[in-house]
Design a protein around this ligand. Sequence first.
Ligand SMILES: CC(=O)N[C@H]1[C@@H](OP(=O)(O)OP(=O)(O)OC[C@H]2O[C@@H](n3ccc(=O)[nH]c3=O)[C@H](O)[C@@H]2O)O[C@H](CO)[C@@H](O)[C@@H]1O
Ligand SMILES: C=C(OP(=O)(O)O)C(=O)O
Length: 417
Amino acid sequence: MSCFIIEGGSKLSGTVKISSAKNAVLPVIAASLLTEAECIIEDAPELEDVRVMKEVLLSLGAKVSCEANSIKIDAAPINSFEAPYDLVRKMRASFLVMGPLLARKGKARISMPGGCAIGSRPIDLHLKGFASLGAEIELGHGFVEARCEKLKGTTIYLDFPSVGATENIMMAATLAEGQTVVENAAKEPEIIDLANFLNSMGAHIRGAGTDLIKIEGVKQLKGISYTVIPDRIETGTFLVAGAITGGNILLENVVSEHLKPVIAKLIECGAQIIEEPEGLRVIGDGRPLPSDVKTLPYPGFPTDMQAQIMAFLSLARGTSMVIETVFENRFMHVEELKRMGARIKIEGRSAVIEGVEKLSGAPVKATDLRAGAALILAGLAAEGTTTVMNAHHVERGYEDIVGKLSLLGANIKKCEV
Ligand SMILES: CC(=O)N[C@H]1[C@@H](OP(=O)(O)OP(=O)(O)OC[C@H]2O[C@@H](n3ccc(=O)[nH]c3=O)[C@H](O)[C@@H]2O)O[C@H](CO)[C@@H](O)[C@@H]1O
Ligand SMILES: C=C(OP(=O)(O)O)C(=O)O
């Protein structure tokens, strides 16, 4: 088992380059299954989740090769329709191959992803979408099997603007007969990026980024080269790293437009965030002011930044409240932050955080990706040594986090225990 060991107290300074977005590259890799032609994804981040997605494609019979940071995908030879439990359980986003497989091959058998540390995470909205498009769905033995002759365009209303369901339905509908309309669609930047990728392949998608997406089915798609958007959650995490350590860092390769609620919150807490020609600068200054945060679908405050902002608010000069509305169980980091001296009480979906003057380094355990990131942030600011167990959770979604933080002057290393 691997862990991160952090010696707290260094003010971070320097420049860091943000990687391509995990949550944009995963659906784009899945979408490459929609064509027999070769797709190239440039500047792909080296992440555990990307490795798993490549394995999923390989298991379906696609050819996948990597050169420098490009991934070449040739999905012409796919000869299997099954994504096995062993891969899907490692990463829920593997379920995103269902839409493309159904659209191109008319069948797919994907292991049910099951719940994870942050919530039960059902897939009913994905399945409702596929059924509306004309697929027959069968559940059994831990698998979802879907079949269709030809998907047919229709109107689908999502009860919740699910990111994954919007993506899966959008991909399936690109090759359907006629028009599909997705109402109450998710509006995340990663949805726009996927639509841009699909449109460059020849799809006809309008309205991505609004809650009404219209997809006019086409007969086939072509192969393209594509670079996905910068990772807004990695960006937010580094903004907090600068602020929590009282540092001064410049983040390159960012789209600040995608981070409005995070930037607004950090400014409210007293950090300086400055748009510069080369990127976004964060300057931290002492303990933050308290603030209240409520997670919401985009353009609200992202649930994927909730744990990190809570680490920051743990040190505030007063009491803050964080309300998690997207996932029902995303407070697993709280008990670990408390081990470092944070004063946090959970009441249902709310956490009340009474800021403390300092955190103290301690052995803690990452229960999921962003919980792990929050504990690293707390460790950077804490007095003494913090050991964050279960480094693999963090490596799912942060490219070379040790290298990047070390270059900024952090005292962090990865160890096997
Ligand atoms: C790979 C990826 O992009 N992951 C992101 C994606 O996850 P993911 O696509 O899984 O998140 P969703 O937007 O689908 O989930 C949001 C909420 O909807 C519920 N739901 C979802 C689908 C469904 O069929 N039924 C249902 O009830 C979920 O349980 C959850 O409570 O968006 C989340 C919300 O921004 C982010 O935290 C994840 O980082
Ligand atoms: C929850 C996340 O990812 P996933 O949906 O892949 O679990 C995340 O990126 O914070």
